[in-house]
Ligand binder design. Structure first.
Ligand code: BGC
Length: 747
C-alpha cells in the first residue's frame, strides 16, 4: 500500500471520526436541552421566549415595567438587551440564578460598528471591498463585547438598500447582492469566530428578515411590495450567505412584505428560513414588532398578534410582551400547539448550551479580561487601518492629493474638524467608564501627522445645520493665509440611522456656501464629506478641488484621514451604492433592466424611458473610487468562448500600475446575460479581486466563470443557467469598463 493511500485513509478516518464526534456532541446537547425542557412549566417556557430592554439605553419605545427583577426571578425572561459591561451583566445573571431552574439569561446588544473601539459605519466599511478587513473589524468588536459580558450582537444587517433617503442604508453593505453576500458572510465569521462558546465569540444575528431595505419611499418602517424574483435574486442572497457562514440567529423586520408583516410571515420564516434553508437557530422579533402587527392591521389585538408571530416562526419576542401576555391562553384555547412553543424554547436553550452558559452562567463576566480587551492597542491599529481603507477618493483635480508633509500652511476648516463623538456614527454603545476621549478627532489626526514646520490653522466656519454665516469671515481669513484648505463638512452622526429617513439629502445648512466662499479665495480646497449615506452634493462635486468621502470612520477617524490626506495610505475604496445627481433619480442602481425603450442621455431623446429634465446616470456610480495612482487594464483572455453547463471559463486580465504610487485596485467583473426567459439586468457584479500593485508593477488577475455565476431564478423560481450569449465586462467601476468580450453557454 502506498504512503499516499495510507494518508488518504488516515485523513478520511479522522474526518469521519470528527463528524461522528460532532454528531455525538450535538445529540448530547439535544438531550440536555430536552432534559431541561421536561422540567419546565408552560410559564417558564414562555419566559424563555421573552426579551426585555434593560434601562441602560433605549433603542425603541420603552414599556414601563417595574417588575423586571421579579419576572427574572420567576423564570419569565429569557434575554435582556441594552445591558452592557461585566458588572451589569453579572448582576442580572445573579438574579436569574435565583429562579427555580436557574436558566441563564442571554445578553444581546447592537454591536454594529464596533464596541469600545469603533469602526467605520458598515456602509463605509463596505467601501473597502476588503473582506479580511471587514471580518477583522467584526472580530475586534466581538472580542471586546464578549469580554464585556455580551453573548449576542444584533448584527450584521444585510438588507440591500437602493434608496439613500432611507437612514438605515448606513448599516448595510449597499445595493448589490453579490458584494452584500460576501460582506454578510465576512461579518458573521468575524463575530462568531472559530466556534460559538469560545470566550471571544458572540452570536451573530442576521437582520432584518426580510426585504426591509426596500421600504417604499425610503421611509423607515414602511411597507414593502416586491416581486418574488426581486426577493429571491436581490434581497434574500445576503441572508442565505450569512446562514451558510454559520449565523445562529436571525431578526425579522418591521415591514410588511406584500401585505404580510415579516414578524408573522410564515412564508419567510417557516417555508424559506426554517424549511428550505434548514435554519436551526432562533428568530428574534424586531423591537416591539409583534405588537406592531396590530397597527399594520392584519391582527386585531395582542392575542392575535402572538398567534400570528408564533405560527409565523418568530421564536423570541423583543419587548412587545405579547408572548408573555397571550401565549399561555393561546395554548389553553388550543390555538397554539405546545409543540410550537417547545420548538422555539429548544432553539433558544440550545444556544445557551452552545455558549457554555449552563456550565458557567458567569463565563463572560471577568473584569480582568474586560479591562484587557477594552485597552488593546492592536484593536486601535486595526480600526485605523480599516478606516483608511474605507475612505473613497471621489475627485482629485491637478493631483492636489496627497498633500506634501512639508506644506507650509494648511487651513483646516469646518464644523467637524474638532468633533469627537460625531466620528462614531449612529450606533454607538455607551460602554460604562469609557468616553469620547478614545476618539481621535480629525484635528488631532492632522496634528499627529504634520511636521514641525507645517502651520495648521483652524476655523469652524459654520455649524452643520442652520443658516448662520457669522463664522465665514474668520474661515476666509485663514484660508487666505494658507497653501491649501481642508474643509470638513457633512451630516451630524444622528442624521443617518434608524428612523432617520430624509427627503432632502443635500449637505445640510450653509456648509456648501462656505465652500463657495473658500474657493473664491483661489486656494485649492480639499473637502472631507462625513456622513452615513450617499448625499447629493453637486456644487461640491463640480467645484471642490478634491473630495474624500469619509463616511463616519470611528475612533481612529482623525489618524485614518491624515494617513490618506498625506499619502501614507493610498485610497482604494469603491462606492457600494450609486450616488444620485438628484433625489428625483431614486431608486437608482447599476444593475437595472434595459427596458423596451432603453434610457439614454442623448439630447434628442424622445419616447424613451429617460427623464426629460435629468440625466439617467448617477453622479458617482457603483464601484467608483479613485486612487493616487492609475491602473491600466489589458489582455483580457478567456480560456474558452463556448462552454457547456458543466464547464468553466478561466478569465485572465493584466492590470498595470502606471502611476507614481503603490496602490490597491478593486478589479470588478460584471456579466450580462443577453437573452433570458426573464429579463436580465444590463450588468451584474459576479466577482472582484482587490490587488496591491507597486508603482510600475503589472499582475495577471484571474477569475473563473461557472454555471453558478450564469444562473438566475426563472419564472418558476428555479435557479437555472440558460444557454445563450453572455457579455463579460471588467473594469474599475460599473461604468468604467476597461476590457470586454463575450462567450456562449451551450447545452
Ligand atoms: C432595530 C433593530 C435593533 C433593535 C434593538 C430596532 O429598533 O430595528 O435593528 O437591533 O431595535 O436595538
Amino acid at each position: 500500500m502506498s504512503r499516499k493511500f495510507l494518508q488518504i485513509i488516515g485523513a478520511s478516518l479522522l474526518l469521519s471520526l470528527s463528524i461522528s464526534s460532532l454528531y455525538a456532541q450535538k445529540k448530547k446537547l439535544a438531550q440536555k436541552v430536552d432534559s431541561i425542557l421536561h422540567l419546565m412549566t408552560l410559564e417558564e417556557k414562555i419566559g424563555q421566549l421573552n426579551q426585555y430592554n434593560d434601562d441602560q439605553a433605549a433603542t425603541g419605545p420603552v414599556t414601563q415595567d417595574n417588575d423586571k427583577i421579579g419576572q427574572i426571578k420567576r423564570g419569565q425572561v429569557g434575554s435582556l438587551l441594552n445591558c452592557v459591561g461585566v458588572a451589569r451583566t453579572r448582576s442580572w445573571q445573579k438574579v436569574a440564578m435565583q429562579s427555580r431552574l436557574k436558566i441563564p439569561l442571554l445578553f444581546g446588544q447592537d454591536v454594529i460598528h464596533g464596541y469600545k473601539t469603533t469602526f467605520p459605519i458598515p456602509l463605509g466599511e463596505a467601501s473597502s471591498w476588503d473582506l479580511d478587513a471587514i471580518e477583522s473589524s467584526a472580530r475586534v468588536a466581538a472580542t471586546e463585547a464578549s469580554a464585556s459580558g455580551l453573548h449576542w450582537t444584533f448584527a450584521p444587517m444585510v438588507d440591500i438598500a437602493r434608496d439613500p433617503r432611507w437612514g438605515r442604508v448606513m448599516e448595510g453593505a449597499g445595493e448589490d447582492p453579490y458584494l452584500g453576500s460576501l460582506i454578510a458572510a465576512a461579518r458573521v465569521k468575524g463575530f462568531q469566530g472559530n466556534r460559538l462558546g469560545d470566550l471571544n465569540s458572540m452570536m451573530a444575528c442576521v437582520k432584518h428578515f426580510a426585504a426591509y431595505g426596500a421600504a417604499i419611499g425610503g421611509r423607515d418602517y414602511n411597507s414593502v411590495d416586491m416581486s418574488d424574483r426581486l426577493l429571491w435574486e436581490v434581497y434574500l442572497p445576503p441572508f442565505k450567505a450569512a446562514l451558510d457562514a454559520g449565523a445562529v440567529t436571525f431578526m425579522n423586520s418591521f415591514n410588511d412584505l406584500n401585505g404580510v408583516p415579516a414578524t408573522g410571515n410564515a412564508y419567510l420564516q417557516r417555508t424559506i428560513l426554517k424549511g428550505k434553508w434548514g435554519f436551526k437557530g432562533f428568530v428574534v422579533s424586531d423591537w416591539g414588532s409583534i405588537g406592531e402587527m396590530i397597527n399594520h392591521g392584519n391582527v386585531k389585538d395582542g392575542y392575535e398578534a402572538a398567534l400570528s408571530a408564533i405560527t409565523g416562526g418568530s421564536d423570541m419576542d423583543m419587548e412587545s410582551r405579547n408572548y408573555k401576555n397571550s401565549l399561555a391562553k393561546l395554548v389553553a384555547d388550543k390555538k397554539v400547539p405546545i409543540a410550537l412553543i417547545d420548538d422555539a424554547v429548544r432553539r433558544i436553550l440550545l444556544k445557551k448550551f452552545e455558549l457554555g452558559l449552563f456550565d458557567d452562567p458567569f463565563k463572560y463576566c471577568n473584569e480582568e479580561r474586560e479591562k484587557a480587551a477594552l485597552n488593546n492597542p492592536e484593536h486601535t491599529r486595526i480600526a485605523r487601518s480599516v478606516a483608511a481603507k474605507s475612505i473613497v477618493l471621489l475627485k482629485n483635480e491637478n493631483n492636489i492629493l496627497p498633500l506634501s508633509k512639508n506644506t507650509k500652511t494648511i487651513a483646516f476648516i469646518g464644523p467637524l474638524v474638532k468633533a469627537l463623538k460625531q466620528n462614531k456614527g449612529f450606533w454607538d454603545v455607551e460602554v460604562p467608564g469609557v468616553d469620547s476621549e478614545h476618539i481621535v478627532s480629525q484635528w488631532q489626526g492632522l496634528k499627529n501627522k504634520i511636521g514641525a514646520t507645517t502651520n495648521l490653522l483652524y476655523a469652524k466656519g459654520c455649524e452643520i445645520e442652520g443658516d448662520d454665516k457669522s463664522g465665514f469671515g474668520e474661515a476666509i481669513a485663514i484660508a487666505k493665509q494658507s497653501d491649501v484648505v481642508v474643509l470638513s463638512i457633512g451630516e451630524r452622526r444622528d442624521m443617518t440611522g434608524e428612523a432617520k429617513s430624509r427627503s432632502n439629502i443635500g449637505i445640510p445648512g450653509v456648509q456648501e456656501d462656505l465652500l463657495k466662499e473658500l474657493l473664491a479665495t483661489g486656494k485649492p480646497v480639499v473637502v472631507l464629506i462625513n456622513t452615513g449615506r450617499p448625499l447629493v452634493f453637486n456644487y461640491t462635486a463640480d467645484h471642490a478641488t478634491a473630495i474624500l468621502y469619509t463616511w463616519w470612520l470611528g475612533s481612529e477617524a482623525g489618524n485614518a484621514i491624515a494617513d490618506v490626506l498625506f499619502g501614507d495610505v493610498n485610497p482604494s475604496a469603491k462606492l457600494p451604492m450609486s450616488f444620485p445627481v438628484s433625489v428625483g433619480q431614486i431608486p437608482i442602481y447599476y444593475s437595472h433592466f434595459s427596458t423596451g425603450r432603453p434610457a439614454t442621455d442623448d439630447k434628442n431623446r424622445i419616447y424613451n424611458s429617460s427623464y426629460n429634465d435629468l440625466s439617467i446616470f448617477p453622479k458617482y456610480e457603483f464601484g467608483y473610487g479613485k486612487s493616487y495612482t492609475s491602473f491600466e487594464y489589458s489582455k483580457l483572455q478567456l480560456s474558452k468562448k463556448k462552454i457547456k453547463q458543466t464547464e468553466t471559463i478561466e478569465v485572465s486580465v493584466t492590470i498595470a500600475n502606471t502611476g507614481k504610487y503603490d496602490g490597491d485596485e478593486v478589479v470588478q467583473l460584471y456579466l450580462r446575460d443577453r437573452v433570458g426567459s426573464i429579463v436580465r439586468p444590463v450588468q451584474e457584479l459576479k466577482d472582484f479581486k482587490k490587488t496591491s500593485l507597486k508603482a510600475g508593477e503589472s499582475k495577471v488577475i484571474q477569475f473563473k466563470i461557472d454555471k453558478q455565476k450564469l444562473s438566475f431564478y426563472n419564472q418558476l423560481l428555479n435557479w437555472v443557467a440558460e444557454p445563450g450569449d453572455f457579455d463579460i465586462m471588467i473594469g474599475s467601476s460599473s461604468r468604467d469598463i476597461r476590457v470586454k468580450d463575450s462567450f456562449e453557454l451551450i447545452n
